[in-house]
Design a protein around this ligand. Structure first.
Ligand code: FE2
Length: 278
């Protein structure tokens, strides 16, 4: 049997973007060889950081270059931000596949498939960034996505709840507006990449939803109530800005759940306003 877990680890820790993407692309067919995560040939490790390119500078979210699309630099900064999200998404999917090995093999296979798709997204968006005269690492980036991975590293249920169902699902809300602005600039090649990302991302959120429901069932927890508790505990919101209900429904959120969530967030907001009034 091939050492699949060792290969996942190598891809996860690789600091070379091309190498990471090449390795991630090779993993899905190898996943068929995994019988059980308990047979993994490498120990589960608690890494604080996944591999990021050496030249990439991480700063707090408030300190990244403004993505003003009306300047060439601002436009490139926007493309760079998408590259960075996709690069983190490769690491996040590889990390889920490598770390949570007590789950059914189908979980590992699913996240290796996601990792390969995220690697395609990154490479395609990096090509667009290069076409505009810049490369990955030319702008500062923030560590927000990976921070959430680390905060949820101890529990796959928490990971599924907060990364695919909150952070990745937010991508479904914002991508159509970004695409419209890119189309306005006449950048059809980038529109094509955004279309691919948007289509695949519905599937990734769906994968997250599937495993969130599975883990709730396994633990006898009520998925909707738990999700609301987690959102308020981690101070996260869904209904801030446009929410893409169609895409979310295709990704496995029911209209009922979205309505309950909206109501819940409004009542939280209302409660805060009332408290502040005293
Ligand atoms: Fe992606």
């Amino acid at each position: 049997m091939k050492a699949v877990y060792a290969d996942i680890l190598t891809a996860l820790l690789s600091r070379d973007a091309d190498e990471k993407c090449r390795l991630a692309g090779q993993l899905p067919p190898l996943a068929a060889e995994i019988r059980s995560g308990r047979d993994a040939e490498t120990a589960a490790a608690d890494f604080r950081y996944a591999g990021l390119p050496d030249g990439l500078v991480l700063v707090p979210p408030s300190a990244v270059t403004p993505r003003k699309m009306n300047t060439p630099e601002g436009y490139a900064a926007m493309l760079h931000a998408i590259c960075h999200i996709e690069f983190n998404a490769v690491n996040l999917a590889l990390d889920a596949a490598y770390r949570f090995r007590r789950l059914p093999v189908a979980f590992t296979r699913d996240w290796l498939t996601v990792a390969a798709e995220e690697a395609r997204h990154f490479s395609a968006m990096r090509d667009r960034l290069r076409a505009h005269g810049f490369d990955y690492g030319d702008f500062e980036a923030h560590g927000h996505l990976w921070d959430m991975a680390y905060k949820t590293a101890y529990d796959p249920l928490l990971r599924m709840a907060l990364v695919p169902r909150v952070l990745e699902a937010r991508g479904l809300d914002v991508t159509p507006a970004i695409r419209a602005k890119v189309a306005q600039k006449g950048d059809t090649a980038t529109c094509g990449v955004l279309d691919m990302i948007y289509r695949d991302e519905v599937g990734h959120v769906q994968t997250g939803n599937h495993w969130y429901q599975y883990l709730c069932r396994e633990r006898g927890l009520e998925p909707m109530a738990l999700f609301r508790r987690l959102l308020s505990r981690y101070d996260l919101f869904i209904f801030r800005g446009y929410v893409n209900l169609d895409a979310r429904e295709r990704a496995g959120f029911s209209r009922f759940e979205m309505a309950v969530l909206e109501n819940f967030e409004q009542s939280l907001q209302h409660g805060k306003t009332e408290r502040n009034a005293f």
